[in-house]
Design a protein around this ligand. Structure first.
Ligand code: NDP
Length: 279
């Protein structure tokens, strides 16, 4: 890690809770690999102090912030500019300093897009099953639409909530988790966007029914802790290919870092970072 001095650029993360975040490790490693004089610090920010936190960060000269649960939507009202994709997705996870404030971006979307690309999962013209309808699912569904998915089946615990967010979008069908039985028998790409199965609940799986997994050809679980989730194990046991969300995490961090530092992160550094974190 760099020794902090008067010129060190300060980056950070705002969220609540933030105790278990892996972002500082990734960003500080990136800064050190790129030889940048920068440090990344997590800040726990309560919802009622969010506006003050963003203003205060700007006043303190903080170069950039990641934004995590529960502030990704709320923070949109405190940015000076908003990237088009972030506006369409309806969530911001990156604030990059500009004149007068911060510009808000969503790098979950670009991170997920890069993960699909690196895994050679072709979405164009395909039907896709998405499990979950929370913040991450918003970025995933935006990406799938941009990549030309034909039909998206969204399965969520709260059908009403999913309908509120995605109900008016063409090419989307919304159902509960047992709705999979009404999906035509075929092979699908499936993206697991719920928090079910996240460590320490390693054995939990959002759909237990084995029949569901016969529908899946390739799948990404956005969860990366544990490395192989119960969902991924079931996909693999039924002959599908399953990947975790670590690539997305690394790619979204690299994109955020590029916005913060206004410089490109070479592809080989991103790869190196991924392999170090995966080991
Ligand atoms: P949200 O809290 O916004 O959404 C959580 C989703 O999980 C909702 O669809 C929710 O359903 C569902 N869910 C939660 N608990 C249960 C349960 N017991 N049974 C069924 N469904 C449940 O979280 P995010 O969308 O931000 O994150 C989701 C996951 O994605 C997390 O595990 C997070 O770590 C991971 N993630 C990974 C990223 C990466 O870079 N790899 C980036 C962002 C997130 P309901 O709507 O009914 O409440």
């Amino acid at each position: 890690m760099n020794i902090v001095n008067g010129k060190t650029k300060v980056l950070g993360l705002i969220g609540d809770p933030i105790e278990h975040t892996g972002s500082p490790a990734i960003h500080n490693l990136l800064a050190s690999k790129l030889g940048d004089d920068a440090i990344y610090v997590p800040f726990r920010v309560r919802s009622k102090r969010l506006e003050e936190a963003v203003e205060g960060a700007y006043a303190l000269g903080i170069e950039g912030l990641n934004v995590t649960v529960p502030h990704k939507v709320e923070v949109m009202q405190y940015v000076t500019e908003l990237d088009d994709a972030a506006l369409e997705i309806g969530a911001v996870n990156t604030l990059a300093r500009i004149r007068g404030g911060y510009k808000g971006y969503n790098t979950d979307f670009s991170g997920f897009m890069r993960e699909l690309d690196s895994l050679d999962i072709q979405v164009n013209g395909r039907d896709v099953i998405v499990l979950g309808a929370g913040g991450a699912a918003k970025a995933v569904i935006y990406t799938l639409n941009r990549l030309g998915a034909r039909q998206i089946y969204i399965l969520n615990r709260s059908i009403e909530k999913a309908e509120e967010i995605f109900g008016d979008q063409p090419g989307i069908k919304i159902m509960g988790f047992d709705g999979w039985k009404s999906i035509p028998s075929d092979k699908y790409i499936c993206i697991q966007c719920t928090s079910v199965g996240l460590s320490p609940e390693d054995e939990a799986c959002v759909i237990e029914d084995e029949g569901f997994y016969d529908l899946i050809e390739s799948a990404v679980d956005l969860i990366y802790k544990p490395k192989e989730t119960a969902f991924m194990k079931k996909v693999a046991a039924h002959g599908g290919k399953a990947y975790n969300g670590l690539r997305m995490l690394v790619f979204q961090a690299a994109s955020s870092y590029e916005f913060f530092m206004k410089k490109e992160v070479p592809e080989e550094i991103v790869e190196e970072l991924y392999h170090e974190l995966d080991s």
